[in-house]
Design a protein around this ligand. Structure first.
Ligand code: PGA
Length: 243
């Protein structure tokens, strides 16, 4: 893993946006794997700035998101489709028809998952996959378990994730308990991976991801198996990495 430690959240956002921007400039029809959560918000703002100042063109870009809650409509403010439109797509010149988020309302969930992986394959794979990391070591909604699924699948959320995500909902009861998520195999097939993390609450899990034993109990440790992973993290999140 290539590790870049920066001062704080804002610097992480700028550096990570610059990193993604390189891929977009090198390949104007790149396939970007995108993530939701608080961590990438600043990065998306920086990408919008780069678009507005004429540095980036998204007209031929395709995006594929990692996951989506089951049961929330795309116009629900906590759905990941809504998040992506609100934080990025509505502000850049991307063709929304080329932005994919799993459909958590699909009648046939299994088919939706199968088709999601097929679509990625048909697009020629993901050029760069952006990831955050959960406090419990999840990437996308691949939660710590005895076994992990390789392909896109329906999953239950752990109590700690439901609690972490409840900050965006009026009550814990409203947080969906299931989601569709890319699997570990789908993620590891990405050509390049960029993971962002900020804040002391991530320090322990970041250290495990970097040098802990590979285990399904900390799904992010699987990233040690990929040959092109870059971490852009702030000092607080990097605090427990063995130097
Ligand atoms: P966060 O979520 O960016 O809101 O901390 C990260 C994640 O759960 O992947």
């Amino acid at each position: 893993m290539k590790i870049t430690v920066v001062k704080d959240y804002d610097e992480m956002s700028r550096e990570a946006a610059e990193f993604m921007a390189q891929t977009i400039k090198e390949k104007n029809n790149a396939v970007l794997g995108l993530a939701t959560g608080s961590t990438p918000e600043g990065l998306y703002s920086e990408l919008i700035k780069k678009y507005k100042n004429g540095e980036l063109d998204f007209s031929n870009i395709t995006t594929i998101n990692l996951d989506e809650y089951v049961g929330l409509k795309g116009d629900h403010p906590q759905s990941y489709r809504y998040f992506m439109n609100d934080k990025l797509f509505n502000h850049i010149n991307i063709n929304k028809a080329n932005t994919y988020v799993p459909n958590g309302l699909a009648e046939n969930i299994e088919e939706e998952c199968r088709n999601y992986d097929k679509r990625i394959e048909k697009l020629g794979g993901i050029d760069i996959q952006l990831l955050g990391i959960g406090n419990n070591g999840h990437i996308a909604f691949n939660e710590p378990e005895e076994e992990l699924s390789a392909s896109t699948h329906l999953t239950g959320l752990t109590q700690s994730t439901i609690e972490a995500n409840s900050r965006f909902f009026d009550s814990m009861e409203e947080v969906p308990k299931t989601a569709l998520t890319m699997g570990i195999g789908t993620i590891l097939r990405s050509k390049k991976i960029l993971l962002v993390a900020s804040g002391e609450s991530k320090a322990e899990v970041v250290a495990k991801m970097v040098s802990g034993k590979i285990t399904t109990k900390v799904p992010a440790t699987m990233l040690q198996l990929h040959s092109d992973v870059t971490l852009i993290i702030d000092e607080a999140a990097a605090k427990l990495i063995n130097k």
